[in-house]
Design a protein around this ligand. Structure first.
Ligand code: DHB
Ligand code: FE
Length: 278
């Protein structure tokens, strides 16, 4: 049977994609940040899974106000990098895994989570920047995108995200082929891109969030939107996607193999965790 072997959590700041694409990762302001991902690249090279399920949010590139799916699962076989206004990133297309994605859709919908099935969508920095940070220039395996609406209210609660993650974990573990699956959660950490509090960073909250994500995710499921926005900023709401990924790991005490935090990157605090299930 398939299993969830590890969870990878990381911010997905678009400026990191630009720094990578322009070969500026060793430049003074960026070097300490990218150094935090060197371990991750070595770790991934030694732990290449069969499939990555990558939880991210689209930033009005694949979806807009015409269509606002809360949870959109990429069931197609190929997803192109999105043009976010300055041309598509020069990175490979994402190859999906339609059989596992179809199984996750069936299993989750029968567990009362209504996923939207998307056979065609472009994937933006929310998905491609984490892959670049951890994998380098090429994607080592198929990737199933799960796009979560954290842009247009109403957005899903932390509680529902953790519960969806658990349903996804059950779905993966009931897929017959013996696949090694990693579930990645992206976005965050604290940041606010506009308004009076633009530039907000709350490092104390971020560290506490990482502590609790590792050991006590059920506590995080109780956080309301108002509290999350108050503490982590309007875009800090992206952290609910880390809860989906954490829920998919059926593991009370995962092994922490890497933890990194850096401020600032563009307007955000960058957080990064790698948890192994064994
Ligand atoms: C920034 C961060 C994000 O998570 C994002 O999606 C867009 C911009 C930023 O800090 O610039
Ligand atoms: Fe974002």
């Amino acid at each position: 049977m398939a299993r969830v072997s590890a969870g990878v959590y990381t911010s997905h700041v678009p400026a990191l994609g630009a720094a990578l694409d322009q070969g500026r990762t060793a430049d003074a302001p960026w070097a300490p940040l990218f150094a935090g991902y060197e371990f991750s690249r070595r770790w991934l090279a030694e732990h290449v899974p069969d499939v990555i399920l990558l939880v991210y949010n689209d930033h009005a590139n694949a979806f807009g106000l015409d269509l606002v799916p809360t949870f959109a699962l990429g069931t197609g076989s190929r997803f192109e990098p999105a043009d976010e206004g300055w041309g598509a990133r020069p990175v490979p297309a994402v190859i999906g895994h339609p059989p596992l994605a179809a199984h996750i859709a069936q299993s989750c919908i029968l567990q009362d989570f209504d996923l939207t099935l998307v056979n065609r969508m472009d994937v933006d920095h929310g998905l491609t920047v984490p892959l670049s940070l951890v994998c380098g220039d090429a994607w080592p395996c198929p990737v199933i995108p799960l796009a979560v609406n954290v842009i247009q209210y109403p957005v899903p609660s932390a509680r529902r995200c953790l519960a969806l993650g658990r349903a996804i974990g059950r779905a993966i573990r009931s897929f017959e082929p013996d696949l090694n699956v990693q579930v990645w959660g992206t976005g965050g950490m604290s940041h606010q891109l506009s308004g009076q509090r633009a530039g907000l960073i709350n490092s104390a909250f971020d560290h506490d969030f990482m502590d609790r994500l590792i050991a006590r995710p059920d506590e995080l499921a109780e956080i309301s939107h108002v509290e999350l926005v108050r503490e982590a900023g309007s875009e800090g709401i992206e952290l609910v996607m880390w809860l989906i990924a954490r829920g998919a790991m059926d593991c009370q005490s995962p092994r922490l193999v890497h933890r990194f935090y850096h401020v600032p990157a563009s307007n955000t605090a960058v957080g990064h965790l790698i948890l192994q299930a064994d």
